[in-house]
Design a protein around this ligand. Structure first.
Ligand SMILES: Cc1ncc(COP(=O)(O)O)c(C=O)c1O
Length: 434
C-alpha cells in the first residue's frame, strides 16, 4: 500500500515527494531508499529471506543483535508460554512480576559488576538515558550538584534518545535538535589519545564532571578496539577524580568479544554498565543497566530521608521480554556460544588480515572477538560495495570512516565467513573498477 502526500508537500516546498510505504525509514534519506527497500520476511540461523525470496547471509547479525541466529523455536515457545500466563505487569512501587525478578537474578550471576542492582527497560537508547540520569542523580544526592557534565568519545554511538543524541560522537547524529538544550552539559573526549582525555578532564574540571561514557570497542564509529592504555587511563582518571565510569556494552555484552562482557576482557571495573541487543539476541526488545553498590546502596538505606530515583516506564521489566531473555541466556550457556566466539577469534582475525593482504583497496582491518571493521580507500564507496554484496547474497553495512561491518552471528562457520569475505573482496574490486 502506498500513500501520496503531494498536496501537502507542494504547499511546503513546491517539490513532489516520492511515494512510499507508511513506515518511515530510519537513518536514511527517504528518496534514497524508498522503492528499493529490502523487506525481510523470514530468518533461519545466520540467514534471512526477503519478501522477493532472496536468501541473504547476515554478516552483521542485523544491527549487531542476532547473536544466536534467527528464528529459534524455543524462544517463540518461551514468549507464547509467558503470554498465556501473563503478558506483563508493571514494576512501579509495590508491584513487580516473577519473570522480571527471575531475569534480574540470572543477570546478577553473570554481571560484570559485583553485587549489582539491575534496572530493566526496552533497549540500548533507553539504557543510556537511565545510566546518564542516574549518574547525575548520584552526585546530586552526594551533595555535589556541580558534577553534571557527561563526557563521551569522538565517534561514539549511544543510541538516539535524548541523552544518546546529545552525547553522540558522530556529529551528524547531534545536528538539528538544538542539542545543547536537548541535554545540556555534555562534551567529547579524544577517542584514542589518553593524554588528550586527561587534558579535557583538567580543562572542564573534575568538580563539574559526572561521568565518562564509553563503548569498550566502538561499533558504529567504525569498529575501533581501544588503543594501548586508553581504557586503563580512563578508568584511572575516573577513580582519581570521582568521576563515574559508564561502560556501554550494548554491542559487546553477552559474548560478542569472546567474554560475557568486554569489562572482563579489558580488566575494567565500571560503576554502571548498559546492555541490550545480546541479552535476547533481538527476540524481544529489552535493555537495561547494571548498577554498582556504590550507587545503589544510598537509595536502599532504611531511613525516611532515603531518596527515590524517579525513573521507570510501563514496559520496564516486561514479563514476556524477560521470559525470552531467560531462555536466551540458557541457550547461550548450554551451547557454549561465548566460548565459541573466543575459539573462533583467531580464525576471524586471520581471515580479515588475509582480505587486507590480498585487496589493495583495503587500507585497514580492525577486530575484537567477532566484531570486525574493514576500512577502504576513500575512492571506493562502502555503501556501493554493500549494494553489490546484497546482489551476491551477503549483508554488510557501512560504518563511519568508509568502513564495512563484519559481525556475523556466533553460530557462523568458517566456510560461511570465508564466503562472506570472498564476496566482499569481489564487490570491492568491482566497485573500484567501476
Ligand atoms: C553502543 C550502542 N549503544 C546504544 C545503542 C542503542 O541501542 P538501541 O538501538 O537498542 O536503542 C546502540 C545501537 O546500535 C549501540 O551500538
Amino acid at each position: 500500500m502506498t500513500t501520496t502526500v503531494e498536496n501537502n508537500a507542494s504547499a511546503n516546498s513546491g517539490r513532489t515527494p516520492v511515494d512510499g510505504p507508511a513506515l518511515w525509514p530510519a537513518q536514511a534519506q527517504a528518496p534514497q531508499v524508498v522503492g528499493r527497500q529490502l523487506v525481510i520476511e523470514r530468518g533461519e540461523g545466520s540467514y534471512v529471506v526477503t519478501r522477493d525470496g532472496q536468501r541473504l547471509f547476515d554478516g552483521t547479525a542485523g544491527l549487531w543483535h542476532a547473536n544466536i541466529g534467527h528464528s529459534r523455536p524455543e524462544l517463540a515457545q518461551a514468549a507464547y508460554d509467558q503470554m498465556m500466563q501473563l503478558e506483563t505487569y508493571h514494576t512501579f512501587a509495590r508491584f513487580t512480576n516473577d519473570k522480571a525478578e527471575a531475569l534480574s537474578e540470572k543477570l546478577a550471576e553473570v554481571s560484570p559488576i559485583l553485587d549489582p542492582k539491575i534496572i530493566l527497560n526496552s533497549g540500548g537508547s533507553d539504557a543510556i538515558d537511565v545510566a546518564c540520569k542516574l549518574a547525575r542523580r548520584h552526585w546530586q544526592r552526594e551533595g555535589r550538584p556541580t558534577k553534571q557534565v557527561i563526557l563521551s568519545r569522538e565517534f561514539a554511538y549511544h543510541g538516539l534518545h535524548a541523552y544518546g543524541t546529545s552525547i553522540a560522537g558522530l556529529e551528524f547524529n547531534r545536528e538539528g535538535y538544538g542539542t545543547e538544550s536537548l541535554v545540556p552539559e555534555t562534551a567529547r573526549i579524544s577517542f584514542n589519545d589518553p593524554e588528550q582525555v586527561r587534558r579535557t578532564v583538567e580543562e572542564i574540571g573534575p568538580e563539574n564532571i559526572a561521568a565518562i561514557v564509553t563503548e569498550p570497542v566502538q561499533g558504529t564509529g567504525g569498529v575501533n578496539p581501544p588503543t594501548e592504555g586508553y581504557l586503563e587511563t580512563i578508568q584511572e582518571l575516573c577513580r582519581d577524580n570521582d568521576i563515574l565510569l559508564i561502560l556501554d556494552e550494548v554491542i559487546t555484552g553477552f559474548g560478542r568479544v569472546g567474554t560475557m562482557f568486554a569489562s572482563e576482557r579489558y580488566g575494567l571495573q565500571p560503576d554502571l554498565v548498559t546492555f541490550a541487543k545480546g541479552v535476547t539476541s533481538g527476540y524481544a526488545p529489552l535493555g537495561g543497566i547494571f548498577v554498582s553498590p556504590r550507587i545503589w546502596e544510598p537509595f536502599y538505606e532504611d531511613s525516611p530521608d532515603t531518596p527515590i530515583f524517579r525513573h521507570g516506564s510501563t514496559y520496564a521489566g516486561h514479563a514476556t521480554a524477560a521470559a525470552v531473555a531467560i531462555k536466551h541466556l540458557e541457550i547461550l550457556q548450554d551451547e557454549n556460544l561465548v566460548e565459541r566466539v573466543r575459539e573462533f577469534e583467531p580464525a576471524f582475525d586471520a581471515a580479515l588480515e588475509d582480505l587486507a593482504a590480498r585487496n589493495d583497496d583495503v587500507v585497514e582491518v580492525r577486530y575484537a572477538g567477532l566484531l570486525g571493521g574493514v576500512t577502504l580507500r576513500e575512492s571506493v564507496a562502502v555503501d556501493k560495495v554493500c549494494d553489490r554484496m546484497i546482489d551476491k547474497g551477503f549483508i554488510s553495512r557501512p560504518l563511519r570512516g568508509n568502513t564495512l561491518q563484519v559481525s556475523p552471528p556466533f553460530i557462523v562457520t568458517e566456510q560461511e565467513l570465508n564466503a562472506f569475505l570472498a564476496a566482499m573482496d569481489e564487490a570491492i574490486g568491482e566497485e573500484a573498477a567501476s
